[in-house]
Write a protein that binds this ligand. Structure first.
Ligand code: ADP
Length: 170
């Protein structure tokens, strides 16, 4: 039987032994709270040093660095949109985050890639819509490309696990 290319787990993304984890960063790429703070803390100060050379990142775009002290070899930093009610292009900007991360993973021949729920914390994106965009964009990309081989959605806490589960079963 063919192995599933999309998986769902609960837990801390900083602990995963994968080729790359995605960071829900901000435009400065110089660290922040939430998953960004956790990734920088786990990766150590060399990650910030590399990020300082990147000149920030536009919303909806992504940039790749090494993973340093993480088990993950790379971090793909993407900047999700802040939810402002849904009329400021939030949907397509979040879709672009997933697309640009997946494209970078393909270019770097990354086999396993893990995503947190981009924009679903401090940036306030509705969980069900964010999960729908994440699953839709990922499945669409994987259907056309052989890299990344496997994508793991990582939910933190219970709130959005079931939302993803239902979408992935469809
Ligand atoms: P944003 O500013 O893009 O909303 P946050 O870091 O505030 O980013 O939240 C993004 C998502 O990451 C939220 O769903 C949050 O629960 C989750 N999260 C926070 N810490 C971790 C972690 N260590 N591992 C996985 N997901 C995490």
């Amino acid at each position: 039987m063919k192995k599933k290319r999309v998986e769902l787990i609960k837990g801390d993304i900083t602990l995963l032994d994968v080729d790359a984890i995605v960071n829900a960063a901000n435009n400065s790429l110089l660290g922040g709270g939430g998953v960004d703070g956790a990734i920088h803390a786990a990766a150590g100060p060399d990650l910030l040093t590399e990020c300082e050379k990147l000149n920030g990142c536009e919303t909806g775009q992504s940039k790749i660095t090494n993973g340093y002290r993480l088990k993950a070899k790379h971090v793909i930093h993407t900047v999700g949109p802040i939810w402002r009610g849904g009329f400021q292009d939030e949907h397509s900007l979040l879709a672009s985050c997933y697309q640009t991360c997946l494209k970078l993973a393909k270019e770097k021949k990354i086999k396993t890639l893990a995503f947190p729920g981009i924009s679903t914390g401090a940036y306030g994106f509705p969980l069900d819509l964010a999960a729908l965009i994440a699953v839709t964009e990922t499945k669409r990309f994987l259907n056309k490309n052989s890299y990344p081989e496997r994508v793991i959605f990582v939910t933190y806490g219970d709130d959005n696990y079931e939302t993803y589960r239902k979408l992935m079963d469809q």
